[in-house]
Design a protein around this ligand. Structure first.
Ligand SMILES: *Cc1c(COP(=O)(O)O)cnc(C)c1O
Length: 485
């Protein structure tokens, strides 16, 4: 059955709360608020009982696919299981009831947490310092590129170009364009790595930086990274790392040691926090020494005093690029990431990446027969298959097979990305899936490949079991219609 909008469930006068009778005198709102802050008509909010609210959202969550329901092998996005203790700590009243304008004497715990998180993230990626402000990976990219821009300006140089490898996530060129750069694409080679000859050709005196993802979005480690860093630095350019794939590196290798000058982290991917519904994320940015003066303000500082450590927010950074966000970032996500890191410790983090890599390689070994593998093995924490064979032989596209997975209780992998792989299926199992789940997923995907051959019409009509069938995937973002009345 179709679920109605919560506005359609509304009945005038119905309430989801009860308050005791008012025992102080009523004061008319217009005597305490300026007239431009008063509503001209009442807010259009649904009126509904508590039990109906709960049931409405539970029904919606049952109709939806989410990582608490089943495996969500979305390549590049690291949809891992999110430990519930993270939600517990971030909802502790000492964190959840803070107001961002409270004086810092009353928010020492929160500031300490932020300070320690920047220290831990700096250590993990081998960077000199970290800002927690950016609200997502793409926002981190923009922050990092603005830092690069300010660095070149401080040297009196006006470099106009940014190099981006052709396997990069779409946010890379988008962020670079937003910062005002001309984008030059660098080719990948037959192994799925950056083509060094093409890079050498394109590195000229006008290049501000190269943006690279490592491991890249093919799931391959850029093993020439030290050489690439030298080429870039010898050219007076900087090296930016898209750190969305950090789930493959924790405790094993560090972007700072590879020669990266700037890196963003996706806390909501690598360091847990449910994501995918457009909910709050966090994209901290780590920088090397020479970019320190330009970091966004405010910055949390620690002062050691005889009475103990005192934490405060400092805006004293005259060359800063300024604020990237109001207040201090998405604090709830910071608490989750802090909890996640502290629960695992250094050994646990390394185990995360080792298991992520072994899970991906194990799964690939089960799928390699029925699907084409466009780039050689081994892979890091994710891999890319192609559905070309199924399309050519049976007219079944990757999109159709992805939809069919839903009928078997699995979310689809990332499809049609990276752009350099035709009919791409990009699979990232993450470390939190058991061998049994990986076996079942492989069995199902191989069965779908068989179905594509024996009964293509079935796969073409999938999904058959979901509450809604094939949606217009672009409409929701192009015609934003949040109905209220
Ligand atoms: C997810 C992702 C991004 C963008 O991060 P958001 O947090 O979604 O803005 C950038 N690059 C890669 C490789 C990604 O997977």
């Amino acid at each position: 059955m179709k679920e109605k909008l919560i506005f359609d469930l509304s009945r005038e006068g119905r309430k989801g709360y009860s308050l005791s009778a008012n025992d102080v005198p009523d004061v008319p709102l217009d005597t305490i608020l300026p007239s431009n802050s008063l509503r001209s008509e009442p807010a259009s909010l649904p009126e509904i009982s508590e039990s109906e609210v709960v049931r409405h959202f539970v029904r919606l969550s049952n109709m939806n696919f989410h990582v608490d329901k089943g495996m969500y092998p979305l390549g590049s996005c690291t949809m891992k299981y999110n430990p519930k203790i993270n939600d517990y700590t971030c909802s502790l009243p000492g964190f959840s009831t803070l107001h961002p304008l409270q004086p810092s004497e009353t928010t020492q715990g929160a500031l300490q947490l932020m300070y320690e998180l920047t220290e831990m993230l700096s250590e993990i990626a081998g960077m000199a310092a970290v800002t927690l402000q950016p609200a997502a990976g793409a926002h981190g990219e923009l922050t990092g590129i603005l830092l690069i821009k300010r660095y070149h300006e401080s040297m009196g140089s006006k470099r106009q170009k940014l190099l981006v490898v052709d396997s990069a996530h779409g946010t890379n060129p988008a962020s670079a364009a937003l910062a005002g750069y001309e984008i030059i694409s660098v080719a990948s080679n037959a192994d799925g790595r950056t083509d060094l000859d093409d890079l050498a050709r394109k590195l000229d005196g006008d290049v501000a930086a190269l943006m690279l993802t490592n491991p890249n979005t093919i799931g391959v480690f850029e093993k020439d990274i030290v050489r690439i860093a030298k080429m870039v630095h010898d050219n007076g350019s900087l090296l930016y790392m898209d750190g969305a794939n950090m789930n493959a590196l924790l405790g094993i290798s560090r972007p700072g040691d590879m020669g990266f000058d700037v890196v963003h982290y996706n806390l909501h991917k690598t360091f847990s926090t449910p994501h995918g519904g457009g909910g709050p994320g966090s994209g901290p940015v780590g920088v090397c020494e020479k970019l320190l003066p330009f970091l966004p303000v405010p910055i949390v500082e620690k002062q050691e005093t005889p009475e103990g450590n005192v934490y405060r927010l400092s805006c004293n950074r005259p060359e800063s690029i300024g604020r990237m966000m109001n207040f201090y970032g998405n604090f709830g996500v910071l608490v989750r990431a802090y909890t996640y890191i502290r629960m695992l410790g250094a050994d646990g983090l390394r185990m995360v990446s080792e298991n992520a890599i072994i899970n991906a390689n194990y799964l690939l070994s089960l799928l390699g027969e029925k699907f084409d593998l466009p780039y050689p093995k081994p892979v890091m924490h994710e891999f890319c298959l192609s559905g070309d064979r199924q399309k050519k032989a049976h007219g079944v596209r990757t999109l159709d097979m992805a939809k069919r997975l839903l009928d078997y209780g699995f979310h689809a992998p990332t499809i049609y990305f990276p752009l350099i792989v035709s009919e791409a299926l990009m699979i990232e199992p993450t470390e939190t899936e058991s061998k049994e789940t990986l076996d079942t997923f492989a069995e199902v995907l191989n069965r779908i490949a068989d179905e594509a051959a024996s009964d293509p019409a079935l796969v073409l009509s999938a999904p058959l079991t979901t509450p809604v069938k094939r949606l217009d995937e672009a409409q929701a973002s192009r015609q934003l219609n949040i109905c209220c009345r």
